[in-house]
Design a protein around this ligand. Structure first.
Ligand code: SUG
Length: 419
């Protein structure tokens, strides 16, 4: 049966705060701080266990090889010339799997298979190195070619950030959906990371029906306020879109186009006079997982920062009291990831598929969660300070921590970096 599976990125042992992402205010604001990789990974794992306990299907992807020798080789760098290049080679940014790929479930695609296109992430150097290793993992997890097609990234002439700039609305996960690609236009203070040309390539490759595909411009004001991905200002699930009033360049046109394609759509708009763009971005209210629980109710898994924020918290209380489509708000603590601009929604890639068709080595159960927990607790560094980035001894520790994880998950074939 088709169901939504959330694949979270296990937070890697090199997690650090290097301030690499221009336009991501949290990344810039925490640059140079001491990070806590073990706590970070345990927070991420606790979120996965929480969702599993709600009765939801949960998967994961493993951290990519870091420090990345392939990246340094390609740049003819040995790690000594430029601290930002070294930090890039060490980045644990693959934890944010909402940027791993764009996923179109089988009912939306011309050939009846689920299509995944890896995101090239070209706008940020530390992220541009991710996709070849990501594809390798996607090809293992979704190897069943009767059900899945995994595509390489779009050519780097057009920036593509994957599912973070893509929403899907449908009557139910297994029904044909309306796919909404949100792009930015260049010219603002911060880079527009998603180019419409890349979105169009993805839509063509996946064989989407034009009448069920929308290309919507993100509000440049949202990008300027730190909304570097659409999933920082909007999230959709089945018939519900939950968006900030200033998320889209043409909000009324966007809502009208959605309603034309999907008359049953319910659009919950948060007005700017209740929650400003700045509050939304600081609290990551929209970087929430909007999920359908087994009971059929919808829940919003928000970062603790959103529930604790005075204006955002009271808006959420009002929403629950109003009898709207979102019936539960469940806060989770992912503070280590949040400090780099990654909330609950950034940490997961949604794939609608039959779990029986996915390689079980990428699916979580409570017993496996305990094994992952044990490896993280024993092997992940407790902290990384900025002056340790580049240290050969720490690099060795990071490599063996990842190897231990791969071994416990029977994924040792991912141990060698790509050549
Ligand atoms: O690409 N942060 C990530 C956060 C990604 C969030 N993803 C979604 N919104 N879906 C980024 O900006 C920070 C790394 C550093 O600064 O060291 C970073 O890459």
């Amino acid at each position: 049966m088709l169901t939504e599976i959330n694949f979270d990125g296990i937070i890697g042992p090199s997690h650090n705060y290097a301030g690499l992402s221009l336009g991501n205010l949290a990344s810039a604001g925490h640059a140079g701080e001491v990070s806590h990789p073990r706590a970070a990974a345990l927070q991420g794992l606790a979120k996965m266990r929480h969702n599993l306990a709600l009765g939801l299907a949960q998967g994961y992807f493993v951290p990519l090889p870091r420090p990345n020798p392939v990246f340094l080789d390609a740049l003819a760098a040995d790690g000594s010339e430029n601290p930002r290049l070294t930090a890039a080679a060490w980045s644990a940014s693959s934890m944010w799997t909402a940027n791993a790929a764009t996923v179109s479930p089988a009912p939306d695609c011309g050939d009846g298979r689920c299509h995944l296109t890896a995101a090239n992430l070209v706008t940020m150097p530390h992220r541009a190195q991710e996709w070849p290793d990501t594809v390798r993992q996607l090809r293992l997890a979704f190897a069943n070619s009767a059900h899945f097609a995994v595509h390489d990234a779009v050519l780097p002439c057009f920036g593509d950030e994957g599912a973070a700039n893509h929403m899907r609305m449908s009557a139910g996960h297994g029904a044909p959906g309306l796919e909404i690609f949100v792009y930015g236009t260049t010219g603002g203070a911060f880079p527009a990371r998603q180019h419409v040309e890349a979105s169009r390539v993805v839509a063509r490759r996946h064989g989407l029906a034009p009448e069920r595909t929308l290309f919507v411009e993100q509000n440049p004001e949202a990008i300027a306020a730190g909304g570097f991905h659409n999933d920082v200002v909007a999230v959709a699930n089945e018939r519900v879109l939950f968006a900030h009033e200033l998320a889209f360049a043409d909000p009324d046109g966007t809502y009208a186009a959605i309603r034309r394609a999907m008359p049953e759509a319910e659009i919950v708009v948060v007005p700017a006079d209740a929650v400003s763009l700045a509050d939304a971005i600081k609290s990551y209210l929209f970087n929430a997982q909007l999920l359908t629980l087994p009971s059929g109710e919808m829940a919003l898994i928000v970062p603790s920062e959103a529930a604790e924020h005075p204006r955002v918290g009271s808006w959420l209380e009002g929403m629950l009291a109003s009898n709207g489509p979102i019936r539960r708000v469940l806060p989770v603590d992912v503070r280590q990831s949040m400090a780099n601009g990654g909330g609950p929604a950034c940490l997961r890639l949604r794939v609608v598929a039959d779990p029986a068709m996915v390689d079980p080595r990428f699916l979580l159960d409570q017993a496996k969660a305990e094994r992952i927990d044990a490896v993280i607790t024993a092997m992940w560094p407790e902290s990384i300070s900025p002056d340790e980035i580049g240290s050969p001894a720490l690099a060795e520790r990071i490599v063996s921590a990842r190897s231990a994880l791969l071994e416990t998950l029977d994924l040792s074939e991912l141990a060698q970096p790509l050549s």
